[in-house]
Design a protein around this ligand. Sequence first.
Ligand SMILES: NC(=O)c1ccc[n+]([C@@H]2O[C@H](COP(=O)([O-])OP(=O)(O)OC[C@H]3O[C@@H](n4cnc5c(N)ncnc54)[C@H](OP(=O)(O)O)[C@@H]3O)[C@@H](O)[C@H]2O)c1
Length: 331
Amino acid sequence: MPDATFRALLLHEENKQVRAAIEELERDRLPEGDVLVQVAYSSLNYKDGLALTGQGRIVRKYPMVPGLDLSGTVVESSSSRFQPGDPVVMTGCGSSETFWGGYTQMSRLPAGCFVRIPPGISLKQAMGVGTAGFTAMQCVMALEAHGLAPGEKEVVVTGAAGGVGSVAVAILSKLGYRVAASTGRPEQHDFLRSLGAARIVERSALAAQGKPMESEQWAGAVDAVGGDVLAGVIRFLARGTSVAACGLAGGGHLNTTVYPFILRGVNLLGINSVEVAVAEREAIWARLARDLPLDKLDSLIQVAPLGESPALAKEILAGRVRGRLVIDVNR
Ligand SMILES: NC(=O)c1ccc[n+]([C@@H]2O[C@H](COP(=O)([O-])OP(=O)(O)OC[C@H]3O[C@@H](n4cnc5c(N)ncnc54)[C@H](OP(=O)(O)O)[C@@H]3O)[C@@H](O)[C@H]2O)c1
């Protein structure tokens, strides 16, 4: 039986400013839900950076326990899908928006938020994946559903040294694709090669202005950046190929033309990791278990204690975090 109290990071809104504080809470403060989980780890995604710093209107009601993601062990369950002792993972399902999220030692949520962690993946590795890695796999699966298969041409990954990007590079190279990793950080070139990137593309080269259509370079693309970088990716897509667009780290605007769409038949695939049905979440985790090499995953994880998350939030928004940050909620 878990303790009567638990530690959580709470966000409060005071005079339109967001304040984060680690607090000791009574068990009865936990919201209603079918599954009670003893949390081991959470993670820090770009969107967590926005929530922790009060930007982007992520949190809809305060006080809020932030954290899109968590991994842990089931303590109690009124759902037939889970038994006490099951290792489970939750990635963005309204957490940190309307539900309490993962920056806590205890969590109670609807069963539909959780997926049993596939055998072989540890609680820490599940948070090495987190929303960013889950989204990277969603992007790969969306590209496959639109005809992507290994071949001569490269698949480009933008924001490659970040969370979504680094996991996408590792998955795509394992699947046999030639991966071009686009980054704005020269100091991360070796890291990206170690994940399997065959070539590095400067972020500035993709973001530069150019003709409505350029030479057909990419067999597909995973874009975590948006803005001018996404516009650049679209201009270089080969005939009939697709870009899976999931992010806006470089901006929410998209200044492009219709020519690549109507003359080359390229596709812009929007990816949303929050509104995903349970069966699809399970299928994505099964693919992660099969196609994300765990040694590569381990190499892109850094672990930080809960109390450092507000400072790390500023770092991720500044584009200075490499790979994935796992948050140890018990430290
Ligand atoms: N649609 C969804 O459901 C979904 C799910 C997950 C994430 N996302 C979004 O995807 C994006 C990436 O998330 P993440 O957690 O992977 O974040 P992250 O770890 O911070 O990675 C973002 C990467 O983008 C690049 N970048 C940062 N600032 C930039 C700028 N000003 N201009 C151009 N490139 C910049 C950097 O890569 P380099 O240093 O390598 O250039 C950075 O590492 C975020 O916008 C996030 O909100 C969306």
